[in-house]
Design a protein around this ligand. Structure first.
Ligand code: ADP
Length: 191
């Protein structure tokens, strides 16, 4: 008979981080990845920036292309999830309807709204992109001249302007524990 932990390790899930550029998706997902890997879980990250260099290379930032980008990420996330992997997707994914579509295709899905006000994201300007968008050097930049539709009922909300990175990471791990994707016992040792 399988130990409880072995059974649980086989339960894949897609954890979908959505939010503005600079909100903290990459930071939180990488920290979550590290914590889970240390405990022996199979984890894969699908980061929007990296995906756009290979899987979705050539796609732009029109609504059509953004939707196609998310659809392809969702497809790969689905394949990995059904094979027992914890998939951490970090992508702006600005359209509510597309997030809903992807969620509908993946049985085990946790939506994380990585939320910080635009002015905070802009002041962080991690990649210098807001500056370029304000100068008109980049068009269709989410939050500036392209929409971002906030999740209405995310499973987790990380207010990264109000909480520390550790608190945000802990919230995500707790949600995974509460839904039975990682064991409580493991989480207790993560803190
Ligand atoms: P995104 O992937 O959403 O574009 P990044 O993770 O690249 O955003 O950048 C987020 C920035 O915000 C980082 O510089 C990070 O250190 C900072 N930050 C401040 N507070 C938090 C928090 N609670 N969670 C995540 N990132 C935070």
């Amino acid at each position: 008979m399988l130990e409880e932990k072995e059974t649980m390790e086989k339960r894949g899930v897609t954890v979908w981080f959505t939010g503005l550029s600079g909100a903290g998706k990459t930071t939180i997902s990488r920290a979550v990845e590290q914590k889970l890997r240390e405990r022996g879980y199979m984890v894969e990250i699908l980061d929007g920036d990296i995906v756009r260099e290979n899987l979705t290379k050539g796609l732009g930032f029109s609504k059509e292309d953004r939707d196609e980008n998310i659809r392809r990420i969702g497809f790969v996330a689905h394949l990995l999830t059904r094979n027992g992997v914890i998939v951490l997707v970090s992508a702006i994914s600005p359209y509510r309807e597309m997030r809903r579509e992807v969620r509908g295709r993946i049985a085990n899905f946790v939506e994380v709204f990585v939320n910080a006000p635009l002015n905070v994201c802009e002041s962080r300007d991690v990649k210098g992109l807001y500056k370029k968008a304000r100068a008109g050097e980049i068009k269709h930049f989410t939050g500036i001249d392209d929409p971002y539709e906030s999740p209405e009922q995310p499973d987790v909300e990380c207010r990264t302007d109000l909480e520390s990175e550790e608190e945000s990471v802990e919230k995500v791990l707790k949600a995974l524990q509460d839904s039975g994707y990682i064991s409580a016992e493991e989480l207790a040792t993560l803190a």
